[in-house]
Design a protein around this ligand. Structure first.
Ligand SMILES: CC(C)(COP(=O)(O)OP(=O)(O)OC[C@H]1O[C@@H](n2cnc3c(N)ncnc32)[C@H](O)[C@@H]1OP(=O)(O)O)[C@@H](O)C(=O)NCCC(=O)NCCS
Length: 404
């Protein structure tokens, strides 16, 4: 591990960086789309690991903002493109890259917390990340009825070309952003990346199609299939966003009722309204998967960013071996408006936990009491974990619309 160094990215390294990415993610370097790769990079936020003179690994940060409980949007270090060449794995390159990233965020007072999607669930806990949000991968058979009385409103859903859909979608997404913990604010660049639609991005399905409604939109692909009994095609919803329950129902009804379609699939928040609209809820097959992993870089800068659900005055004891500046006792005071203040404490703690557990509850979707039941949080004064858990729990389950 001693010969590994981490340096900033320079443009002359692009080909080798791209090669590292494609080899680690098992993509064909000839066919991988370098433009797509480049479009999602912020050159001054790429860390590059070298073993002597050989580039062996990369980790990058995207400058994004994420909605937190309490309808606030805060800067987040969105960690992505983490890759180590297969022939250099398990020699500490990722550990060095994670160390450099988190220590730089702390020392330079960068984003107070970091977020990522993990390719494998056992990688990032050791660096202080924990699952803070999940999504449901859902399959619903076409034409299934909604509950009697489900209101789809009077406005029609229609399909329009991408250029017509884009301004409607960006305006609606901006308007709804702070309603949804876990959503990321989008720039023109991030929209372009989200709607990337080159043939390779389609994975055998159709190009993107855009359905709009005055209070909602969906973009989706179709996957054609014919069987002996007739058409059995599939709609794959990439994103469905609605401002009202009737817009949500109307968009889903439109997609579920399309001719030739047998099944509609998507990834939604585990409590997405469509799951509560179905007449026979068992028709929706769900698979729950972790989405956002959160890492608090600096407890004292991160915790006051969000709002809380109940007043609180508590002291807790933190362990954090990877970022030791967070370790020790902290007093967290939350006022009746849900605003938090945090300071170092010297009094006895009410409960003890690891930095990963604070990351888990940061978006308001994980219960502190569940972490205690799993033995991850140790209650030292009876009743304090339940009280703190109520304060951390949000009104809306966190969900992230996009993998980054
Ligand atoms: C995942 C990856 C970045 C790890 O890089 P690496 O340089 O081999 O990691 P390190 O040598 O620093 O390993 C650090 C620790 O994590 C563990 N670890 C690393 N990758 C792991 C994996 N995929 N599964 C389980 N444990 C893993 C190591 O065993 C080591 O454990 P230890 O500290 O107990 O010894 C690399 O294997 C890779 O590029 N994989 C393919 C692309 C990918 O999945 N990237 C992550 C995208 S989110």
């Amino acid at each position: 591990m001693s010969e590994l160094t981490v340096r900033p990215y320079t443009e002359d390294l692009f080909d080798e960086v791209h090669r590292t990415f494609t080899s680690a993610f098992l993509r064909d370097p000839e066919s991988a789309d370098a433009d797509w790769f480049r479009s999602d990079m912020e050159p001054d936020r790429i860390s590059v690991a070298f073993d002597q003179d050989e580039l062996v690994g990369i980790a990058t940060i995207l400058t994004r903002e994420m909605t937190l409980p309490g309808a606030v949007s805060a800067p987040v270090a969105a960690v992505t493109t983490v890759a180590v060449k297969p022939w250099h794995r398990r020699r500490g390159a990722l550990t060095r890259l994670m160390h450099v990233q988190l220590h730089a965020l702390h020392e330079q007072k960068g984003e107070p917390f970091a977020a990522l999607w993990a390719s494998e669930g056992s990688i990032y806990g050791r660096f202080g990340y924990s699952v803070a949000a999940e999504y449901a991968s859902v399959s619903i058979p076409s034409a299934v009825p909604f509950r009697p009385g489900t209101n789809t409103g009077h406005n029609r859903v229609r399909e329009v070309p991408r250029t017509e859909a884009l301004p409607l979608m960006t305006a609606l997404h901006d308007k709804l952003l702070t309603r949804h913990p876990g959503w990321l604010a989008r720039t023109e660049r991030s929209w372009r990346w989200r709607l990337w639609d080159q043939p390779r991005a389609r994975n055998g399905a159709s190009m993107l199609r855009f359905a709009v409604h005055p209070d909602g939109y969906a973009f989706f692909r179709t996957r054609n299939n014919w069987e002996d009994r007739g058409p059995a095609s599939k709609i794959e919803i990439q994103e469905l966003v609605a401002a009202t329950p009737s817009a949500h129902a109307a968009l889903w009804r439109y997609l579920l009722d399309m001719d030739q379609v047998r099944e509609v699939t998507t990834s939604v928040a585990p409590n997405d309204p469509v799951l509560l609209m179905l007449h026979d809820p068992r028709q929706a097959i769900r698979r729950i998967v972790d989405s956002l992993w959160i890492r608090l870089v600096d407890i004292d800068r991160a915790l006051p960013l969000r709002k809380y659900s109940a007043p609180l005055d508590t002291v807790f004891d933190i362990t954090d071996t990877f970022c030791p500046w967070n370790e020790g006792r902290w007093r967290l005071v939350i006022d009746p408006e849900g605003t938090a203040a945090i300071e170092r404490a010297t009094t006895e703690p009410d409960f003890a936990l690891d930095i990963t557990d604070l990351g888990a509850v940061f978006l308001g979707g994980v219960r502190l009491t569940d972490l205690a039941a799993a033995g991850r949080v140790t209650e030292l004064v009876p009743g304090t974990v339940t009280r703190a858990g109520r304060a951390f729990l949000g009104d809306t389950a966190p969900h992230c619309l996009e993998v980054f």
